[in-house]
Design a protein around this ligand. Structure first.
Ligand code: MLT
Length: 358
């Protein structure tokens, strides 16, 4: 499909059979989702649709003037209850690139500090004209509550330990750019770090198993708690033909012959006592350093969702090495978020003709 200036597109021709990895006959894919809170309800053809539109958004970002009128007159509000640099800034840049009006609510200076509830805040923002609400909250599930009371679209910018769907999509997009043919099937993708507290890891499980990757989650056993049971019971949710994933504390086995290595931050702010003896010990046993990364394939890429604790989960020299694609992830985040804002705004239009089913 071609991204036009009109925000009415809800379907596109993309290749995809609906099975993991997506090779197969072209099919028409419609975007049915009113909100995007996690990827557990997003099918592989829909993920391919997002990737396809992201390609076109990248084309817009490569122009001398990186702005199109697609969301002209539409109102995007960002409501972040937790700290953020890249997610918030890239959502706001994405919305502005599509000519939306952007309102940015800082909870530190809003009525939230006077005790206003999430529900009241969301209702107030809607009364003030918000149509797409991009939110981040420290409580897992908070966007579902917002979606219950909000008449527009909710886009999750990260909730507690639960989900960070736009991060997983930009991660997938970046991996596809670097892997031959953009195909993740059978590719070894290793996520190393604080899996337990990571919404990034949880959302990546949905998208990477849908893509058919050989996904490994690695970290100290205290930071993998529950994931072994999840891996054993994994059925891929809405994603037919998904792959499986495995968990291990053997970092050398995980890194050996990896195609993609993603380091995750040790989330000290969510850490209860006793999960790690010390950061120094974590760095010594699990940190992605030059010696460990040499176990991966020579062409393997190194990723990190940021913010990084350099010297803890990733050595500074690895973070700036030729393998690292960390700044590409950040740049791709703008294009992915443009694609999602565009799709959600289109679904909103379609609501008038009764096409939205969710
Ligand atoms: C997040 O918001 O989850 C970040 O992208 C990753 C992190 O905080 O470590």
């Amino acid at each position: 499909m071609t991204v036009d200036v009109e925000p009415t597109v809800t379907s596109a021709k993309v290749s995809g059979s609906g099975a993991a990895g997506g090779a197969g006959a072209a099919s028409d894919v419609a975007w049915h989702h009113r909100h995007l809170i996690d990827l557990d309800v997003v099918t592989w053809p829909e993920i391919e649709l997002i990737m396809d539109i992201t390609d076109q958004m990248k084309g817009i970002l490569a122009r001398p003037i990186r702005k199109v009128p697609a969301l002209n007159g539409r109102r995007v509000t960002t409501l972040f209850y937790e700290a953020s640099t890249r997610t918030r800034v890239s959502f706001e840049a994405a919305a502005r690139n599509l000519s939306a009006d952007v309102v940015s609510v800082s909870t530190a200076t809003s009525s939230v500090t006077k005790g206003e509830s999430l529900v009241d805040t969301v209702r107030t923002l809607e009364a003030l004209g918000a149509e797409i609400l991009v939110m981040r909250h420290s409580v897992s599930g908070a966007p579902y509550l917002a979606a219950e009371v909000f008449g527009g679209h909710v886009l999750n910018g990260g909730d507690g330990w639960h989900a960070h769907p736009t991060q997983a999509l930009l991660d997938l997009y970046t991996m596809r750019q670097h892997l031959p043919g953009g195909d993740l099937r059978g590719r070894k993708v290793v996520i190393v770090g604080d899996i337990l507290h990571s919404r990034v890891a949880r959302s990546n499980i949905w998208s990477l198993t849908a893509a058919g990757a050989d996904l490994w989650l690695c970290g100290p056993s205290t930071l993998l708690r529950g994931f072994d049971r999840w891996a054993a019971a994994w059925d891929g949710g809405a994603i037919p033909g998904h792959g499986r994933f495995q968990v291990t504390s053997d970092v050398e086995a995980a890194l050996r012959d990896a195609d993609v290595v993603m380091a995750l931050r040790i989330q000290r702010e969510r850490m209860q006592g006793g999960l790690l003896p010390s950061l120094r010990e974590y760095a010594a046993r699990f940190g992605i350093n030059a010696e460990r990364i040499s176990l991966a394939k020579p062409e393997a890429i190194v990723m990190h969702p940021g913010p990084m604790n350099e010297g803890v989960e990733i050595a500074p020299d690895v973070a700036v090495s030729g393998r690292a694609v960390i700044t590409e992830q950040v740049a791709n985040g703008v294009a992915v978020r443009m694609a999602l804002l565009y799709l959600l705004a289109g679904a909103h239009e379609a609501a008038h003709v009764g096409e939205v089913v969710r």
